[in-house]
Write a protein that binds this ligand. Structure first.
Ligand code: PLP
Length: 427
């Protein structure tokens, strides 16, 4: 059995692309046999404590009985039907739940099949909105550097130009406007806001919307910035007749200590993108919320419709598990849980700052980040983490964790002490 798995891991490495990786891969991927709670069990029987929540998504842990049940109940009824001309209870109920918990007055919902597609839909919605108002020249977007919004071409065009490899795709991507990245932490220097305001003042006639990740920039560098920056951005958008798209695909559903990160700044965007934790990490699903005015404007336009419609739009299995995941979240004191994780992450990761290879340590909600001085400082760390029984996957110069909310105190300590130990060995 074990030899067999060695064979399949090598097959995998030769034939299957992995995220942002060459083919064949640089190393065999670890084969997961079972996942339960916050533990991933490998084919050789080793159990790893999961620090990644499978990229922000598995907030309630793996193999959750309530989530499993929601999917099997829906499966008994039907797995999928087209969303053109047909509807179903899982989608209706999910729209109702999202409207209830999202900032008012966001009460119009588009279901997309992944985060990147949700971003595409949000961008098209903004362009169509302005076109309907007789402003067809507003087709470009303003964003901040170090952002990440997905891997499709529209989404990629608003990712950080360097991380997003814009040079490689320069003829394929629309050209957008980039303000400097917001300053880290509780900065009281507003030069970043001034630079943003300047770009918007000069180019607003061409700009349909600003797109930004509220409070935490995720895959573009795990950067946490002050709420005052986001409020200033929202005010500037209003002044200049530019829509605000909040990409909460990573931050939504409590991860930053607020249900949605916009709430830290009391900002309501015109368009809100949700994904990742929406289904508790079970299936791919995303949602784009907007308010009545945009929906009506787009619908009354010459096009007469929002021009998007994925084959697997509002997949019933995904909607059913999303409903169960939201119920599970709201039925517990998630705010306290995430608040406690934050306190523990700060207490236990802060000592890493003393290590000579570490540049910065930052935490927000259930997110803990150790930024190294150089990407070289994290080379070869992944196998070492697995040896220590934790699943932590560094990228670029960042070692970061965002565990499932159900993680227990001792399990967090296993993660943070593994980070401290491995970084000390490297230092
Ligand atoms: C992950 C992510 C996306 C893309 O979502 P996919 O489901 O991977 O397409 C977009 N925006 C943000 C902020 C993300 O974290």
């Amino acid at each position: 059995m074990k030899t067999d798995n060695a064979h399949w891991r090598s097959f995998d490495r030769q034939h299957i692309w992995r995220p942002y990786a060459p083919l064949p891969g640089n190393a065999d991927a670890w084969l997961v046999r079972h996942a339960e709670g916050v533990e991933l069990t490998l084919d050789d029987g080793r159990a790893l404590i999961d620090g990644m929540a499978s990229w922000w998504s598995v907030i309630h842990g793996y193999n959750h009985p309530r989530l499993n049940q929601a999917i099997s109940d829906q499966l008994e009824a039907f797995a999928h039907v087209m969303f053109g001309g047909l509807t179903h209870q899982p989608a209706i109920q999910l729209a109702q739940r999202l409207i209830d918990i999202a900032p008012a007055p966001l009460d119009r919902v588009f279901f997309a099949d992944s985060g990147s597609v949700a971003v595409e839909v949000a961008m098209k919605m903004a362009i169509q909105h302005h076109a309907a108002l007789g402003q067809p020249e507003k087709q470009r977007f303003l964003t901040v550097r170090r952002g990440y919004h997905g891997d499709t071409c529209g989404a990629m065009s608003v990712c950080d130009p360097e991380n997003g490899m814009h040079r490689l795709f320069h003829k394929a991507l629309p050209q957008q406007f980039f303000a400097p990245a917001p300053a880290l932490g509780a900065s009281d220097d507003d030069a970043d806001i001034a630079a943003f305001a300047d770009l918007l003042e000069r180019h607003h006639r061409q700009i349909a919307a600003v797109i930004i990740e509220p409070i935490v920039q995720g895959a573009g560098g795990m950067r946490i910035y002050r709420p005052a920056y986001l409020s200033a951005v929202a005010d500037l958008c209003q002044t200049h007749n530019v829509l605000l798209i909040a990409d909460e695909i990573a931050t939504g559903f409590g991860r930053t200590g607020a249900l949605f990160a916009c709430e830290h700044a009391s900002v309501t965007p015109d368009i809100l993108c949700l994904g990742k934790a929406l289904t508790g990490g079970y299936l791919s699903l995303a949602a784009v919320l907007t308010h009545r005015e945009i929906a009506e404007t787009v619908s009354a336009s010459e096009a007469g419709a929002l021009m998007h419609g994925p084959t697997f739009m509002a997949n019933p299995l995904a909607c059913a598990v999303a409903n169960a995941s939201i119920d599970l979240l709201l039925a517990q004191d998630w705010r306290e849980k995430v608040g406690n994780i934050e306190k523990q992450l700060i207490a236990e990761l802060e000592p890493c700052r003393q290590l000579p290879t570490v540049r910065d340590v930052r935490c927000k909600g259930a997110i803990g980040v150790v930024e190294m001085k150089s990407p070289k400082d994290i080379e070869g760390l992944q196998p070492r983490f697995v040896e220590l029984g934790v699943w932590i996957r560094p990228f670029s110069n960042l070692v970061y964790i965002m565990p499932p909310y159900i993680i227990e105190t001792e399990q967090i300590t296993r993660l943070t002490s593994a980070i401290h130990q491995v970084l000390s060995e490297k230092a």
